[in-house]
Design a protein around this ligand. Sequence first.
Ligand code: AVJ
Length: 299
Amino acid sequence: MLQGLQDARKELPSKYFYDDEGSQLFEQICELDEYYLTRTELAIMQTQKQEMSALLGPQCLLIEYGSGSSTKVCTLLDALQEPVGYVPIDIAKEQLLRSVAALARAYPELEVLPVCADYTSDFELPVPKQPVLRRVAYFPGSTIGNFDREPARRFLRQIARACAGGGLLIGVDLKKDFNILHRAYNDSQGVTAQFNKHLLVRINQELDANFQLNQFGHYAFYNPGQSRVEMHLVSLKNQTVRIGEVEIAFKLGDSIWTESSYKYTLEEFAHLAATAGFTVERVWTDSRQLFSVQYLRVT
Ligand code: AVJ
């Protein structure tokens, strides 16, 4: 965090949004009218789950990267043919334990093997009791959009290695009218702004800092040259913030870059996937082509 705040261009990794409170704020974002992503993806899952299940095949081990509350996966679990296990991976421990308990109740037959970890780190995949026919990763929500190009490629390669012989079911947000994007990241209720500022709340609480929340503004916009929504926290005055023993100076208008959310065309994503060791086998979208769910086979 300190490193990121002391650089000339201040930047904080977006993965730190997701402690328990931040994860709850994100769940709130998903309910917003303007935030089309989650709703659209769920509708695609609902309508296409039979075909997805057929592609994934019987006795697969489903591995979810960033499982959150494990609500999305239920649509898939309902349709899968005798899955041998479900591996939810998430960094937010309490939420992970809560969702494992709920899954155990809803799917008493299913072996649930949770991993509490940063899913970009090297962690050991648990081995289920029953033999696995195919390992399939599930990475919904267009979280891949948070990665810059090279890290995205590296992460996809990591999944390809973990799921050799199998595949990846991934949600990818698509390029569209900038205004739709703008509204999705600038909601009228200010939930996204609160989510953004939650990073500062965490730094205050966990790193003994004194950020004044009302002296930073939420700023999000689509950058077409880079194909991404950028989210920033902009200093609303000249100010000095203390983090532990370190003082950090902000000029009026200085920003902390807190998140990128890349948007793809289907062609662009197919190219990225190909260079990471995947072949796009099937793409599902909604009628407005806002969002896509794609099944990639490990090449
Ligand atoms: C969870 C990464 C998909 O980029 O749309 C929502 C996070 N940020 N509103 C996204 C987010 C601001 C979200 N992802």
